[in-house]
Write a protein that binds this ligand. Structure first.
Ligand SMILES: Nc1nc2c(ncn2[C@@H]2O[C@H](COP(=O)(O)OP(=O)(O)OP(=O)(O)O)[C@@H](O)[C@H]2O)c(=O)[nH]1
Ligand SMILES: [Mg+2]
Length: 329
């Protein structure tokens, strides 16, 4: 089976071969592992990458803690998707993480409070979504591993500070800073169409601190300027205003859907949805349940918005959010 390696993967592979420091090597390997197409034909390569990554990490550790730490971090994905909090210093990223999750980040009234990534799990209805707080993106200095984590995420939440006069400049700085690291933020990402190694990432633009008096007008202007490029929201992480809209917007931004399985004659498992990418088929659902079920799948019955109750469909039927599915093998 051909591996069908994408240009992004090949770009990461090139970065690995050109890497001079342990941190660069680890970052490139992490990207390769994230970008390699996940199918049977690449299983050996995936295993090989994992082995090389753990060896590179071990070597970095051996070279002394000071050298190894601070160079690279990896946050394993959990839940329905991974969303990174990206913004200029002091915009309220850590405050937002503390509001949405049980994580206890340090919050400070000064820039560069956050030094390393901190994940937390946010509830959304019957699923959990992972948020990852990051150090700020600043023209002066941002460590390379921050970009590796952004590349690896499913959605980028750009959080800017509406209490700052420079809020519009900050949006542009972040976009150009990420572009310099070959990450382009878009409303809808297309993983398959990189230009010169550039990857596109789904993003949401959020103006924080709308409780501050001068922030109101800036918030309206932010929406006017950027709605063509991203979904734009304004919130106050500290006072909690508009956070429920943001929670939903984050779920929508992930580009996923929830389906429920049931056995014949039984009720659907409404507490435990399967979370899949939009555009997934019955076969993808079966694979998520168990590969043996996928292998022997004959047809399915669907109860959903686009079907009549219990409609019989084939394995390539594209499922919709909320569908209840009975797999027959
Ligand atoms: N008025 C107001 N202040 C806020 C709001 N959200 C955060 N702050 C304050 O803004 C300051 C910075 O908050 P943090 O959450 O530490 O900001 P950060 O983006 O994580 O900062 P770095 O880690 O330095 O990048 C703190 O003093 C917060 O209390 C808000 O909605 N309204
Ligand atoms: Mg912080």
């Amino acid at each position: 089976m051909p591996a069908n390696l994408t240009p992004q993967y090949l770009d990461a592979d090139k970065r690995f071969r050109q890497a001079k420091t342990a941190a660069e090597k680890i970052g490139a390997l992490e990207d390769m592992l994230a970008l390699i197409p996940k199918h049977k034909g690449t299983e050996k390569m995936q295993a090989d990458l994992k082995r090389r990554l753990s060896k590179a990490r071990e070597e970095a550790q051996k070279k002394g803690k000071a050298g190894a730490r601070g160079n690279t971090y990896h946050v394993p994905r959990e839940g329905a998707g991974q969303i990174v909090l990206v913004g200029p210093p002091n915009s309220g990223k850590s405050t937002l993480l503390a509001m949405f999750t049980n994580a206890l980040p340090e919050v400070g009234d000064y820039p560069f409070t956050t030094r390393k990534p901190l994940p937390g799990m946010m509830d959304f209805e019957n699923i959990k979504i992972q948020l990852v707080d990051l150090p700020p993106i600043a023209p002066e200095w941002t460590e390379g591993w921050v970009f590796a984590l952004i590349r690896n995420a499913d959605l980028v939440l750009v959080l800017v500070d509406l209490a700052s006069d420079d809020v519009f400049e900050h949006v542009e700085q972040i976009r150009s800073h990420l572009a310099a690291h070959k990450i382009r933020l878009m409303r809808q990402a297309n993983d398959e169409s990189p230009d010169g190694g550039e990857i596109t990432k789904r993003a949401l633009l959020v103006g924080n601190k709308e409780d501050v008096e001068e922030a109101k007008e800036r918030g309206a202007f932010l929406a006017e300027l950027y709605t063509a490029d991203f979904p734009v929201l304004t919130i106050s992480a500290a006072s909690g205003s508009n956070l429920e809209s943001l929670r939903r917007a984050l779920y929508n931004g992930l580009g996923v859907l929830r389906v429920y399985t049931k056995s014949p004659g039984k009720k659907p498992e409404h507490d435990t949805p399967f979370v899949l990418k939009q555009g997934s088929t019955i076969l993808d659902v079966a694979e998520a349940v168990h590969k043996d079920i996928a292998a022997s799948l004959k047809f399915a019955r669907v109860w959903g918005a686009d079907t009549f109750d219990g409609q019989r469909v084939t394995r390539d039927y594209v499922v919709q959010d909320g569908d209840v599915i009975e797999l027959h093998s």
